[in-house]
Design a protein around this ligand. Structure first.
Ligand SMILES: [Zn+2]
Length: 245
């Protein structure tokens, strides 16, 4: 199920040394949620996705590496204020710190992703107001960046629905339906449509959007087989489910 390495690393922003964990090779044993939150075991490893320097608060996948602008962003008022925001779950704060760094450095889609991770933490902490706000922030960041690819636009429908913005989710689904959607992406959008109509904000896996395995005998033998953590996003997850991965 992967391994955790513990090492002493030197922060590339402030130079302080600290003990940090590095996660390797964690797999997930099922399909991800429609917003691509991974299945277990990867789902339970979020506290190891980012390292954070205990001295300056710099957050990154590896804090011994930093872009040239990072030190200035970490030292500035907004970042210090975020670090001091005691009402946020600490792990969510770490993802939001990463989001702030990425946004300031111009990687808006990366910032959206990190903000969505903060929303997943809020889900786990049963903080629905924070989860909703961060999902909407994530969508805004996706839209401020370069035009998102098709699979990211499909994912935005789910993020808006999970935030309870059914009008926004329906509008996003409508925009997608006006283009000809490849199969099985069309089924995902149709599934989202049914959830929006029902006012359903719950999490569903990518598999929920597809017909039951009985209708797909050519892939049923794959049930329960561990799959690697998704790299290619929504489409790759769908291809794996349909046995075309
Ligand atoms: Zn530091």
């Amino acid at each position: 199920m992967g391994s955790i390495e513990i090492a002493t690393v030197r922060c590339a922003v402030c130079g302080r040394e600290s003990r940090q964990k590095l996660l390797r090779g964690v797999r997930q044993s099922g399909p991800p949620d429609l917003d691509l939150r991974p299945a277990e075991m990867a789902r339970s490893t979020m506290q190891h996705w980012l390292q954070q320097c205990p001295a300056c608060g710099y957050a990154a996948p590896r804090i011994d590496e930093a872009e040239p602008q990072a030190a200035e962003i970490v030292a500035a008022g907004p970042y210090r204020a975020l670090l001091a925001e005691a009402s946020f779950p600490p792990l969510a704060r770490r993802f939001l710190c990463r989001a702030m760094l990425l946004e300031e450095m111009g990687d808006l889609h990366g910032a959206a992703e990190a903000t969505l991770h903060a929303a997943w933490v809020a889900d786990d902490w049963r903080k629905p107001d924070l989860a909703r706000a961060w999902r909407l922030d994530a969508v805004a960041l996706f839209r401020q960046g370069p035009p998102p690819p098709l699979e990211q636009r499909v994912r935005i429908v789910d993020i808006l629905r999970r935030a309870g913005d059914f009008v926004g989710a329906a509008a996003q689904a409508g925009e997608l339906e006006r283009s000809s959607l490849p199969e099985p992406v069309d089924r995902v959008v149709a599934f989202e449509r049914r959830l929006i109509a029902a006012g359903d904000v719950r999490a569903y896996t990518v598999a929920s959007a597809l017909p039951p395995p009985a209708a797909r005998p050519h892939v049923s033998h794959r049930a329960g087989r561990p799959v690697r953590q998704p790299r290619g996003g929504l489409f790759a997850a769908l291809r794996r489910l349909l046995g075309r991965g």
